[in-house]
Design a protein around this ligand. Sequence first.
Ligand code: MG
Length: 421
Amino acid sequence: MRITKIETAVIEANYDWTIVKVSTDKGIVGWGEAFFAPGLTGVIREFNEFLPGEDPRDVDRLARLMRTAMGATGTAGMGYHAISGVETALWDIVGKDCALPVYQFLGGKYRDRVRIYADCHAGKGLSSLSPVLLPRTPGWAQKPGKTKGERTELSPKYHGGQKSEARQIRAEDYARHARAMKQRGFTALKFDVDVPSEFSLDDYNRCLTRKEIELMAGLVGSLRKALGPEVDLAIDCHWNYGVNDAIKLARACEPFDLLWLEDPIPPENTDAMRRVTEATATPIATGENHYQRHHFRELLERKAVDILAPDYQKVGGLLEGRRIADMAEVHYIAVAPHNISSPIGTMASAHLCAATPNFLALEWHAESVPFFDDLVKGRKQPLIEKGYIEVTDRPGLGIELDEQVAFKYRKQGEAFFDQPA
Ligand code: MG
């Protein structure tokens, strides 16, 4: 069996869901997904320079070939997003060729269903971000006549607090949402507490005022109360704070027994992360901005983290993800993978989670995307039921992209598989 071509399509959802399709001369087609990045589909299609003609079953060697090919771009970043998408599609091909599910090639399964935690926000409707993290209305949702070329407003979450436009944060909105998700059967939820508030004094100094910490701890407390003892709660801070105030926040959250506090400080400085982790009983999670085993090794060996959150559409592939999870297991640390994918990437991650002994919960970030389940066919719907994904015996990923539905939500200006932009 030989690879014949690699194609891409982008679906405009809450993020750019970048789908990879690898075709073979045996007629088997493999699906994968890559974490979004500006210009990413161009990188993925570059692999057509050397992957066609290769045997798709040599997955690890081909992943290594792709890493070598991307060598000039460094040991992290969007090259790894591209590799991850293709590598997953290769496993889908291997599974289909052998009539076995992908988890069989990752060590076999520890569990029949994978626990999902829902990422929640208090707002209503689809909030969508472009590949450079600017708020947008997806092309398929735009009314005709929209003027192009205007500067887009920055995202408060990622580009600074924008105090003047501080959102009115209502603990009751958070609590209502939490109760609704609990009703749907989720046993773990994650909320953002790093929302701009009237108490912020500076958008850039990474400091929190006492009032902000009080407000955030208050949000956590009302969520905790709404959820009761049986549903776990995590919170995310998106790398916004400095060591000192991150520690204050983590300590203020200690009475609420969080599942974890995610990315309280920026991800690059492992020693700084260790200082936060050591200073609080609140478990600290990080990993969604780390790549391949070498970068995770440092986090683990320097004891900088309590829970590891790798993103399997980013780290360099499913087998790389398995190696990262194994390294965490050596340190008796659990893995709670980050995931903002379509059903394709979510299902790929679920196969690895089923095969990971030290797995805690897998993220689902698409609650606000109305067409999430419509995008795929080949298994019973919905994909996530009562807070779990069932891992079936169907070959490969056990899921196929519905190309007709995907076409409806495609990104303008991007190729849709064999149809040029
Ligand atoms: Mg996060």
